[in-house]
Design a binder for this molecule. Sequence first.
Ligand SMILES: N=c1c2ncn([C@@H]3O[C@H](COP(=O)(O)OP(=O)(O)OP(=O)(O)O)[C@@H](O)[C@H]3O)c2ncn1[C@@H]1O[C@H](COP(=O)(O)O)[C@@H](O)[C@H]1O
Length: 216
Amino acid sequence: MSKARVPTLNHSIPVEKICYDDRGLVPAIVQDYLDGTVLMMAWMNRESLQKTLDTGETWFWSRSRQELWHKGETSGHLQKVRSLRYDCDSDALLVGVEQIGDIACHTGERSCFHQVEGKIFAPPADTLSELFATICDRRDNPQSESYTCKLIEGGDNKILKKIGEEAAEVVMACKDDDSDAIASEVADLMYHTLVALAYHQVDVRSVYQKLQDRKK
Ligand SMILES: N=c1c2ncn([C@@H]3O[C@H](COP(=O)(O)OP(=O)(O)OP(=O)(O)O)[C@@H](O)[C@H]3O)c2ncn1[C@@H]1O[C@H](COP(=O)(O)O)[C@@H](O)[C@H]1O
């Protein structure tokens, strides 16, 4: 994975706008910045939020130890902050992080990941990642009625032919300036592109990573 650019977080959130509860705390949900996997929930106070903004790594307030807590300081599983958002009444934070070292959640035991028949299965939180997980499951556990399986059985010849066709259909829909058709054809193209990724064992996360690396 290429070296992430450190974002200028201080401008991404107006600290003075955040509403803390009567203990001076605000809940912070931490998600993987690429596919939205929910990693953990912890509490921040004004000081830990400011340290998070200043350092680009997550700092929380430990209610049990009553002290600031730099996530990953002892384990090395740091969370590099890539985005910071707040809800409509500014009393909850959503922190998008790049996990450094290993799974950087609360327990470090991957408890945020489902175990399905002994395999670790991360529940991704965005539509494309979820569809990609289903496509990979069809690839690995073929089903007779599955369109995805038929494509994969046909290999590159079948998959790439469909990508060509769907791309042409996107072009035609755009030429017709037909909003519904454009959305529908782009959905078809995205689906078939995800099948190509799965067939070639390329994780959709690496596509997300490329897009993140190109952010200006
Ligand atoms: N998201 C999609 C999806 N998008 C598009 N398509 C299929 O892609 C094809 C689009 O091709 P065309 O527009 O050319 O239509 P067509 O004439 O039916 O296609 P051909 O038979 O000529 O290949 C259609 O058959 C669509 O059903 C999809 N097929 C499956 N999925 C999802 O993939 C997952 C696994 O599905 P199965 O593999 O069918 O179990 C499920 O979550 C599905 O919802």
